[in-house]
Design a protein. Structure first.
Length: 296
């Protein structure tokens, strides 16, 4: 198994890695892949200073990025001034790296320069996160006993934490995409949520009020080899929704499992039970620094 972090918060990463080792990985020493765009972690002195904070086997790998050729510049999310999230200045072209990040997560398996295909399991966490106390279980061992071989350390139920306008603005076109995907591929939905979404009178409202989302994923990598995943991921790529509407992996992955497996991933409750804080280091470095080249 391995651990994946896509990072640009150079101030947060050392503390994140230190907590990962001290609270969990010291028992296993799984390799930690720190992926990044451009040259942000190329400097050897910076790498050494980060490694000093953790005894984990840390491997720095720069990964490429490029806007899909079928998405016009005028269609990019940061140009959609009709959306509150964009119009209020919260998502400008300076945050284009976030769109590349979402693309990375939808195409993890055999993404250029990555080595996930060498492993049976992987865990993804954010560089702004911290483990707060010792986690008493092995994520990958727990996953072996789960039916769909996927899990998340945080599930968010909209009936407990209702979505806000920023969430609505990053789901534009998602309902239509899901309905078209199911119809075009002649899929018989396996869960009540998807069946209701396909047939209710107000699917947009139902979608926002009932979609449970998942964050910080644990996967058995053979999922990415399945025909279902390939079909789903390719359809997402063709739609351009990640770059047009800033679709995130929290929704996309959850929808994949609901459609094809009929259930959400296993809920580790790692955040809810106080072992992990996903935004613990945001006070040090808030927005993740973006890519250097906004033209690609």
């Amino acid at each position: 198994a391995c651990i994946n972090i896509l990072s640009s918060r150079t101030q947060c990463l050392p503390l994140c890695l230190e907590s990962l080792w001290d609270k969990w990985n010291y028992r296993y020493n799984y390799p930690v892949y720190v992926h990044y765009f451009d040259d942000i972690y190329d400097d050897e002195d910076l790498r050494k200073s980060i490694i000093l904070k953790s005894k984990s086997d840390i491997r720095f790998i720069s990964v490429p990025y490029k806007t899909p050729s079928h998405v016009e510049e005028s269609e990019m999310f940061y140009n959609r001034k009709e959306l509150w999230y964009v119009n209020t200045g919260q998502f400008s072209i300076s945050r284009k790296g976030y769109l590349h990040m979402c693309h990375f997560y939808n195409n993890l398996y055999k993404y250029p320069n990555t080595e996930f295909h060498k492993y049976d399991f992987m865990l993804s966490i954010d560089d702004e996160s911290m483990f707060l106390k010792e986690v008493p279980y092995n994520f990958f061992e727990v996953l072996i006993g789960q039916p769909n071989k996927s899990g998340a350390i945080k599930l968010t139920d909209p009936r407990v934490k209702p979505p806000k306008q920023g969430v609505f603005d990053t789901r534009v076109g998602m309902v239509k995409f899901v309905k078209d995907y199911i119809t075009e591929n002649n899929i018989q939905p396996k869960c009540e949520f998807i069946n209701t979404l396909m047939n209710c009178e107000d699917p947009e409202n139902y979608f926002h009020q009932n979609l449970i989302i998942a964050d910080s994923w644990v996967f058995e990598t053979k999922i990415f080899k399945s025909d279902q995943w390939k079909k789903w991921s390719n359809s997402v790529n063709r739609s351009g929704g990640i770059y047009k509407y800033r679709w995130g992996d929290t929704e996309l992955n959850a929808l994949f499992f609901l459609i094809h497996y009929g259930e959400m991933p296993y809920d580790f409750k790692t955040v809810d039970e106080g072992y992990h804080n996903q935004g613990a280091l945001r006070h040090i470095q808030d927005y993740a620094p973006s890519v250097k080249d906004f033209s690609r």
